[in-house]
Ligand binder design. Structure first.
Ligand code: ADP
Ligand code: ASP
Ligand code: MG
Length: 417
């Protein structure tokens, strides 16, 4: 069981979490619980680091930000004890959760589960702070923002759990962010592949890495709400959204929707370099230095060269890397040989995702037509086997998501009709 930041925010909420956990144990399960820091706490700690030194040491950053989860894991163990359950906390270094030493974005290499399994078998509920681990050299690490989801899936895999229930502030995965579109519909099932794509294009309900880990380790993941009454249906009845394999879904749902969901991501920035020589190697000259600086380029368009033998190249980078990208390209101006650099941080990437599009034509056409009908201009496009993404003006994000949600007939009222 994993509980996110909103679910752990304050005494009353942790008390409710304790009751949900105890109910699962009473239903006959051995339980391990992974918890996030209280919502807002990690942001607060990150700010202290920035104030201390804008170029802070990532190893010390990890020491600071891992503290949020230490607090909630101890508190939940206390709340469980207070209602008569046996419980104890296991910090990342105590298990240990072994990671590499890429501070602030560490990867889990393994979790030692013997002591954990022995304690659970003895009826003790194990409470594990998410987000944190330890290097071979004994230094504290964290897994990147939203990383408690990944901790939960990794613990589930390590102990061979029957299921990994991710409790959050919505009762499942929806066709789009239910906080943006009131008519978003809850999905009973979503495939790993679709969830991975949705997460990677901006649906923050699960951290992308937690989904790829679940897929690789074949962990059964359910997303469900912690904001429930004591008499709500038990987690075993699958009240939330189950993430399943493609084969499993085919057996359950023959009449699948063409489109599973729509995601929006406002954290990208667009850069255009004009009048680049249209010759072999010109593009490599741009993206080589960006790769070397660890800047991830997402969408790329190279316009057709006109008769002058010159071309424009447009691409997107994470908004947080915009300043660094601009500085780098400025310093490479001679080598690349462009005329002007134009950048825009006020863009949003809107993506439609669905396994159904593998076998259906026209998904992209519907997207372009629906946006055009509302006067929304498309600045860049990229596609994969199960996804089409477009870049638009950030101010039009909510409108675009709503328009597409009804264009693909995902609105809740459509189902009822
Ligand atoms: P937690 O603190 O529990 O980890 P997060 O805030 O990380 O919770 O993730 C839950 C949030 O994800 C929801 O409140 C919702 O606004 C957002 N979200 C974005 N896309 C979706 C989607 N397709 N389905 C459900 N929630 C979504
Ligand atoms: N507390 C961490 C964060 O806010 C990890 C998590 O909640 O998943 O990013
Ligand atoms: Mg989260």
């Amino acid at each position: 069981m994993k509980f996110g930041g909103t679910s752990m925010a304050g005494t009353e909420r942790i008390r409710r979490v304790a009751r949900i956990v105890q109910r699962q144990q009473a239903a006959g399960h051995e339980v391990a619980v992974v918890v996030s820091a209280m919502s807002g706490e990690t942001d607060r700690l990150v700010n202290f680091c920035r104030e201390a030194d804008p170029l802070y040491d990532p190893a010390e950053y990890d020491v600071v930000v891992a503290a949020g989860e230490q607090v909630t894991s101890g508190l939940l163990a206390m709340h469980l004890q207070a209602i008569g359950a046996k419980a104890r906390s296991w910090l990342g270094w105590q298990l240990p959760v072994r990671t590499d030493d890429a501070h602030a974005k560490a990867r889990i290499e393994g979790i030692d589960s013997d002591a954990l399994l022995a304690s659970m078998a003895a009826g003790e509920i194990a409470v594990i702070p998410g987000f944190q681990g330890v290097t071979a050299g004994g230094r504290i690490t964290t897994l990147g923002r939203g990383g408690s989801d990944t901790s939960a899936v990794a613990v589930a895999a390590a102990i061979g759990a029957d299921r990994c229930d991710i409790y959050t502030d919505v009762d499942g995965v929806y066709t789009t962010d239910p906080r943006i579109v009131a008519k978003a519909r809850k999905l009973k099932y979503v495939t790993y592949e679709e969830m991975l794509e949705l997460a990677s294009v901006g649906s923050k309900v699960l951290q992308t890495r937690s989904v790829s880990l679940a897929m690789k380790e074949k962990v059964r993941v359910q997303v469900l709400s912690s904001f429930i009454d004591d008499d709500a249906p038990a987690a075993d009845t699958i009240p939330g959204t189950m993430i399943v394999s493609d084969e499993e879904l085919e057996g359950i749902d023959m009449e699948r929707q063409l489109i599973t969901g729509i995601a929006a991501d406002k954290n990208e920035a667009k850069i255009t370099l004009t009048r680049i020589a249209d010759r072999p190697g010109a593009v490599a000259q741009i993206f080589g230095p960006l790769a070397a600086a660890n800047i991830n380029v997402d969408m790329i368009i190279q316009n057709i060269a006109k008769d002058k033998g010159e071309t424009d190249v447009t691409f997107t980078v994470p908004g947080a890397d915009l300043a660094r990208t601009q500085a780098l390209l400025e310093s490479q101006k001679e080598a690349i040989g462009y005329y002007r650099m134009i950048s825009d941080g006020k863009v949003a990437k809107i993506s439609v995702v669905g396994v159904g599009m593998k076998s259906h034509a026209g998904v992209a056409a519907t997207m372009f037509r629906s946006l055009a009908d509302r006067g929304i201009n498309i600045q860049a496009i990229s596609t994969s086997e199960i996804k089409v993404s477009v870049l638009i003006d950030a101010d039009e994000t909510e409108l675009a998501v709503r328009v597409l949600h009804s264009a693909y007939e995902l609105d809740a009222s459509d189902e009822a009709a």
